[in-house]
Write a protein of this length. Structure first.
Length: 632
């Protein structure tokens, strides 16, 4: 998917002096090439001419090329190839221009680019999978030359991926007729075409809808899906595999790197300033991600820990992501994509553009110990559900850290899960409090290595609202089924009880988001509220009311209230989640957010005390839930 990545040499700046002092990194230069551009924010630029679902785009020179895809105006595959010129100073794009069309309409294909040519492999033409391999030469004006067929790939395939390493094309995985492939093929690029395709070392597991990247003679396979033909169901994965490309072109043994924070497919991924940047995507539960996360690539090909970057403007899948190298740093474009099977996007965004070189001396302070927090899951959680927090910490000091402490506080509306706290290395931990909200967890180490990279974890459980000290005049209990099928009746029972006789009682239930009313109450809902009027509620007697609905996705019912003449209004405490055919609940659930303010880290260096803080996380975080995806 990405254009060929050249080895990025270690940058040595004449006249530059770098030193580390008391946990602070200072860089002084007489010029400033190679300044890193943080993503900072996503800026809109020239929109694509039509809404498009397509992950197949490359950068060559000053142009971005978007190749084929499925377009909104026909909801079919297209043969159109478009390009736009990059303004390196602002990040803006010119108007999109059409160039030489593909030999046939294609989407779910694989593309990759050398210094001279654009290559297209396989794909789906709207009727069947293909195995043709094409290439076209890049032109100086952003156009393409004529397409040349370079024979056939060894099998018909779609939803695969391709990269170029050392003048060879590598193709991994893919899908056809219920089969998901784990093989990797390689062919040498020649002046008149390609050499023969040969099979090299298989991936550890079959993958499709994944992303493959290349960097410094290593290949990385990120996320993706497997498929069960017997169940006709896909499964998203969080695995990250990597392998070294040998000098003879074969792929070495595959190894497993740090997993993604959450399984996903149809995501984007690019090389971004010596890191892998993963963007968006979805999973088999129709969960739509807007997250951007990055992980550093070490010199030996291994990966560090995942870090959060600014979220994309919205959750997307099947969009194109490309990185552009300018002034010694990278920035990223996001193009098109889907938010559902039928809702396309034509928007184009770019991250912050690297600053132009300047003669101004630059001072860049960096904490010597950096910590980040991640939560799993990131969706809304119901009472009784658990959230796992991982606190990553990494060092960039000149010598070891002393008296290191990490502290985190149990969030409101939760309790610490017994036995869930983990500690790394020779550290210890302690819990102050009874494990309820506000309790603190402290991890301590006497020393940590200067270049430490590790993590600690703990889990919390959402608790139901506390029982009132003074019992309410009207006690309300809400019950409903735990599971249901799409379109089938779902019946909730509301049980009321009072210690004394009450007159003119009114009961309301806010219709759950996504529910279709069938029966119950005094009649159909008004403003989505179902109402029952009870002339008399006898003392110490259970009165049960029923509400029947249907739904196409999971429901959360919680907003139940009762009032009586001359008295107040009393709310129920129950949250009933009815899982409909395995779908996820609405993004906001019952409206309760679990906010973790993050972790703090403290350490000592040369008798000075330093500290830093992580990001905060919340449930729900940024997810949008969609109807179930089709298999393509």
């Amino acid at each position: 998917m990405e254009q060929s990545i050249k080895v990025r040499a270690l940058k040595l700046f004449i006249g530059a002096l770098t030193f580390l002092c008391f946990g602070t990194l200072i860089v002084l230069t007489t010029s400033a090439p190679g300044q890193t551009a943080a993503i900072q924010q996503w800026t809109p630029t020239t929109s694509f001419p039509v809404g498009i679902a397509n992950r197949e785009a490359v950068v060559h020179g000053d142009y971005i090329y978007v190749v084929g895809g499925k377009v909104a105006n026909t909801n079919q595959a297209t043969d159109i190839v478009r390009s736009a010129k990059i303004d390196s100073l602002s990040g803006g794009l010119s108007a999109w221009q059409t160039t030489t069309a593909l030999p046939e309409p294609l989407y779910l294909h694989a593309v990759t680019a050398s210094n001279t040519h654009l290559y297209v492999i396989g794909g789906w033409d709207g009727n069947r999978n293909r195995n043709e391999v094409y290439r076209a030469a890049f032109q100086a004006d952003g156009k393409l030359g004529g397409w040349q067929q370079l024979g056939d790939f060894p099998r018909i395939v779609d939803l695969h991926d391709a990269v170029i390493v050392n003048n060879r094309i590598y193709v991994s995985g893919g899908y056809d007729a219920g089969s998901v492939y784990q093989d990797v093929y390689v062919a040498a690029i020649q002046s008149n075409g390609l050499g023969p395709w040969t099979r090299t070392t298989d991936m550890p597991q079959g993958r499709y809808r994944h992303v493959m990247l290349a960097y410094n003679d290593y290949i990385y396979v990120i996320g993706g899906a497997t498929y069960s033909l017997s169940n006709e169901a896909e499964t998203a994965h969080a695995d990250v595999f990597y392998a070294k490309v040998n000098s003879n072109g074969t792929v070495g043994a595959w190894q497993t790197a740090t997993e993604l924070p959450a399984p996903r497919f149809y995501h984007g991924a690019v090389i971004y300033d010596d890191r892998i940047l993963v963007l968006g995507g979805t999973n088999e539960r129709s969960q739509l991600f807007a997250s951007a996360i990055s992980i550093p690539i070490q010199s030996n090909g291994t990966l560090g820990a995942w870090n959060s970057e600014p979220n994309m403007p919205e959750g997307l899948y099947r969009f194109a992501a490309v990185s552009v190298r300018r002034f010694g740093s990278d920035f990223v474009y996001l193009i098109g994509g889907l938010i559902s099977d039928t809702v396309y996007r034509a928007s184009v965004y770019h991250s912050a553009v690297p600053p132009t070189p300047t003669a101004t001396p630059t001072s860049t302070p960096t904490p010597a110990l950096i910590t980040t927090m991640q939560n799993d899951p990131v969706r809304w959680v119901a009472p009784g559900d658990e959230v796992r927090y991982t606190i990553y910490y990494s060092g960039n000091n000149s010598d070891d850290f002393a008296d290191v402490t990490i502290q985190s506080v149990v969030p409101d509306n939760t309790e610490l899960v017994a036995g869930s706290v983990s500690v790394s290395g020779e550290g210890t931990f302690s819990v102050t409090g009874d494990g309820q909200a506000g309790s603190t967890i402290d991890w301590q180490w006497t020393t940590l290595p200067a270049a430490v990279q590790d993590s600690v974890t703990y889990s919390v459980r959402r608790i139901p609202p506390p029982t009132p000290v003074v019992p309410p005049v009207i006690a309300i209990t809400l019950n409903g089924p735990a599971t249901a099928s799409r379109g089938a009746p779902i019946t909730y029972e509301l049980t009321l009880r009072a210690p004394v006789q009450l007159m003119d009682v009114t009961v309301t239930n806010q219709l759950p988001l996504g529910a279709t009313y069938i029966s119950g109450g005094d009649g159909p809902p008004v403003a989505n509220v179902v109402t029952w009027t009870i002339p008399e509620l006898p003392a110490e007697t259970d009165v049960t009311l029923a509400l029947t609905v249907s739904a196409q996705s999971t429901l959360v019912n919680s907003d139940v209230q009762a009032s009586f003449a001359g008295g107040g209004t009393f709310a129920g405490n129950d949250v009933v989640v009815t899982v409909v055919d395995g779908t996820l609940p609405p993004a906001n659930g019952d409206g309760v957010t679990i906010l973790n303010a993050g972790a703090s880290i403290h350490w000592r260096h040369d008798n000075n005390i330093f500290d830093a803080s992580s990001n905060s996380v919340r449930n729900p975080q940024y997810d949008i839930f969609l109807p179930q995806l089709s298999n393509r």
